[in-house]
Design a protein around this ligand. Structure first.
Ligand SMILES: [Zn+2]
Length: 513
């Protein structure tokens, strides 16, 4: 009994192991200039690339210093130092470890593919990103989203849910006996589990050149439908449901009275609505948090005529609240009513109230009295680093959901919550810019990204608006006038309505980073 069980396990391992080893074959090098190929060869179970090939692709100078027993690869004024038969490498003075040593084959020097991300990328002046699974080496800022698929059987259909990270726009069309999901990107980093074929709906699924996922349809396929694209953190989720044709009556005899035989497959009617995935960005706006700048003993900027920023911001916020509630019927909350409040708790109020939009209102100040104009800020990641954005895309978990299925949630560090909403924030900022110029009649509006503390923690699209310079006597008069404040309120209400329409009416068009 025991021996037989061991044999089963050995058998299972033999089947599983080939799947676990890394893919082999050449690496596709993608850049704005096109697609090139980097050959690989396997040495003692390691995927290796030749330093000579890397030299050609990336303009590296390779030198061999026999006396020092070292091989150097230089790029501009950066140097990578390798030692034969050693897996420790110095990349511009920083030690990195590789899973296999620098190896000599004939007259060539070989390094493991991990060299690309660990040693070459840090010294190269253009972004390098090697994706081992799809064997892509992405050079520069190309949009190469990761695509994965998950299958979900129902009695009469097969749901294929694609997760696309970062979000890009997709379309799904049928061409003869296949469905094509086209992604608006430069290339795809696709990992698609093989299709469950027992239903006869989908016989194969694969990525085809350059940005298409092809689904080959089985004999039982009759039609399909596609869910709206929803967001989950930085990812987009879209479900394509393949509907089965009704089973022939000879195969599945109906009982008298026309009801289907017990246990017979149902007709080609969708089993309930397509699943929707609760993402961080809800595709509508129910609650808005307005954040009047400063307050309490924090006056903000003071104008030459005596106007104080905290009062101007609060007065305008109250008017905006009135117009949005009255015209759009949304819930509008203010972070405070004149009291002092910390930068962090402003975003927390929006998060705790599950706001869909966060708008911070300020007036600017400058030592130069002539400086004027409005500025709309969204969070810039310079200070917090692109790492925050990357982390918001990487740390995610799939949780089981009450009622079946799973829901993917993004695990984002609270302080960096805004990183996942920058697309929405920038889209809203663009709309506000347009409305401030037209409806409010502001002559000069600037859009700017900056590492603003008050926006970093907001877990929803968020902007900070400096409506003008209180330090400019003319703009001080404007900012304190009821007429101008009303026009700003109207402009912001129109911007909110336009943003809501943007979210609700065009779910297929998602701004890409
Ligand atoms: Zn301010």
């Amino acid at each position: 009994m025991t021996r037989r069980r061991i044999r089963y396990i050995a058998c299972a391992l033999a089947l599983v192991l080939p799947v676990l080893v890394a893919q082999s074959g050449p690496i596709a090098v993608l850049s704005r200039e096109g697609r090139r190929t980097l050959p690989t060869l396997e040495v003692q179970n390691h995927q290796m690339v030749g330093l000579d090939d890397l030299a050609n692709l990336f303009q590296l100078q390779i030198r061999e210093d026999t006396a020092a027993r070292a091989v150097t690869a230089s790029y501009k004024n950066q140097t990578i130092v390798l030692t034969p038969d050693q897996s420790l490498v110095s990349a511009s003075g920083r030690l990195v470890s590789l899973p296999a040593p620098l190896t000599r084959r004939g007259n060539r020097w070989l390094v493991p593919v991990e060299f690309l991300n660990r040693a070459l990328a840090p010294v190269y002046d253009v972004k390098l990103d090697f994706r081992p699974r799809s064997r892509l080496l992405v050079v520069g800022d190309l949009r190469v989203p990761r695509i994965t698929a998950q299958y979900d059987d129902t009695p009469s259909s097969l749901r294929v849910t694609f997760e696309i990270t970062p979000r890009t726009a997709v379309t799904v069309t049928q061409e003869q006996n296949r469905l094509l999901l086209r992604d608006d990107a430069d290339a795809l980093d696709a990992a698609l589990p093989s299709a469950p074929s027992q239903q006869g709906l989908l016989t194969a699924i694969r990525a085809t050149e350059p940005t298409t996922i092809q689904m080959d349809l089985g004999q039982r396929f009759s039609s399909f439908r596609t869910s709206p694209v929803t967001s989950s953190g930085a990812a987009a989720l879209v479900t394509v449901e393949l509907l089965a044709a009704p089973i022939e009556s000879s195969v599945s005899p109906a009982v008298p009275g026309g009801a289907p035989a017990p246990g017979a497959p149902g007709p080609a009617v969708a089993a309930g609505p397509l699943p929707t995935f609760s993402g961080s960005i809800r595709p509508t706006i129910g609650t808005i948090v307005l954040d009047p700048g400063h307050g309490g003993d924090d006056n903000g900027v003071k104008g030459p005529g005596g106007a104080v920023e905290k009062d101007v911001a609060l007065a305008i916020a109250r008017r905006v609240k009135g117009v949005i509630e009255g015209r759009l019927g949304m819930r509008v909350l203010l972070t405070h009513e004149g009291n002092r409040i910390s930068a962090d708790s402003r975003a927390s109020i929006a998060n705790n109230n599950k706001a869909d939009l966060f708008i911070s209102l300020h007036a600017n100040g400058s030592p130069r009295p002539s400086t004027r104009g409005a500025t709309i800020f969204t969070l810039g990641l310079d200070r917090f680093g692109e790492d925050a954005r990357r982390q918001s895309q990487a740390d995610r978990a799939v949780l089981p959901v009450f009622g079946g299925g799973t829901r993917e949630i993004a695990l984002v560090e609270w302080e960096l919550a805004q990183a996942a909403h920058l697309d929405g924030s920038n889209a809203f900022a663009g709309i506000v810019d347009e409305r401030l110029r037209t409806t409010a009649g502001l002559p000069a509006v600037t859009l700017q990204r900056a590492p603003m503390r008050n926006l970093a923690g907001a877990n929803m699209p968020a902007v900070l608006i400096e409506l003008g310079y209180l330090s400019n006597a003319e703009e001080e008069k404007l900012l304190t006038s009821a007429d101008f404040q009303n026009r700003v309120a109207l402009a912001l209400a129109e911007a909110v309505a336009a943003f809501r329409d943007h979210l609700e009416l065009s779910p297929q068009v998602i701004p890409t980073p």
